[in-house]
Design a protein around this ligand. Structure first.
Ligand code: OAD
Length: 243
């Protein structure tokens, strides 16, 4: 199974990896949904913790929850799947807000974060201020910060439910998925739109779509090959000879 896929990858000029939370699962970052019922969204209410209304209602609670997730990220290390992407020429379109692709060594211009980045903050008001998270604060109990420019609250620079995806990231992902010869889908449940639509877009534009996931999912029917297994085990094998 792997050898013909690896040959196809080594002869392809353009390869895109479309990833979700499963890519970082083996780094110790929890996924949002999983069969065992211990994904983040079965333990926490996304409308309370990941929506503009939730932040307006209780900014301290939301900031503390993101502080907990940021501490998790600081403890985490890139796994062999991130490292395989760093050692390849693949462009990464990711729904993940972590920075493990960057830390594995994937160049910034080969990563598109469709849902923003948890390691950055932005002003919740209108001033447009944006800054890297203050890692020093992660060792304290202070989670909620004020914008140094206008005094409104700072919030994580991620996309929340009900918000639009960043326009530039959407356009670039759209172009990459239309043009790619191979799309490797890794660790996504494929249920969150518009991001999940990139799988059908690539497939409809003629790409060969390879899916890596230990579980079946709704996007399987849009994929040419469904490889059952973990990202850290399968992605390095798939990319080993892709150049
Ligand atoms: P989900 O949590 O919905 O799905 C994770 C997928 O990863 C599931 O299909 C698992 O079977 C699979 N998986 C688990 N472990 C894996 C492993 N080791 N290797 C490969 N696959 C594995 O995560 P996403 O699809 O990323 O949105 O969720 C999409 C969006 O929903 C997220 O970006 C987030 C969330 O609400 C925002 O934050 C806006």
């Amino acid at each position: 199974m792997m050898a013909p896929l690896a040959r196809r990858l080594s002869s392809a000029e353009r390869i895109v990896c479309f990833s979700g939370a499963g890519l970082s699962a083996e780094s110790g970052i929890p996924t949002f949904r999983d069969g065992a019922g211990d994904g983040l969204w079965s333990r926490f209410d996304p409308m309370e913790l990941a929506s503009p209304g939730g932040f307006q209602k209780d900014p301290e609670l939301v900031a503390s929850w993101y502080q907990w997730r940021r501490r998790q990220l600081l403890q985490a290390r890139p796994n062999p799947a991130h490292e395989a992407l760093a050692g390849s020429r693949v462009c990464c379109v990711t729904q993940n807000v972590d920075n493990l692709l960057e830390r594995a060594g994937v160049p910034q211009d080969r990563i598109i974060h469709l849902h923003g980045r948890i390691d950055h903050d932005r002003c919740n008001g209108r001033c447009g201020h944006h800054q890297p998270m203050d890692t020093g604060l992660l060792e304290t109990d202070v989670a909620l910060q004020s914008c140094p420019r206008c005094g409104d609250h700072l919030r994580p620079a991620v996309v929340w439910f009900g918000e639009s995806l960043p326009e530039a990231a959407l356009m670039e992902a759209d172009r990459l998925c239309r043009e790619t010869e191979v799309l490797i889908v890794v660790g996504t449940s494929g249920v969150v739109w518009p991001a999940a639509g990139f799988i059908e877009l690539a497939s409809g534009s003629g790409a060969h779509v390879i899916n890596i996931n230990p579980e079946p999912g709704p996007m399987d029917e849009h994929c040419d090959v469904n490889l059952r297994g973990s990202a850290a085990r399968l992605l390095p094998r798939l990319l080993a000879d892709s150049g």
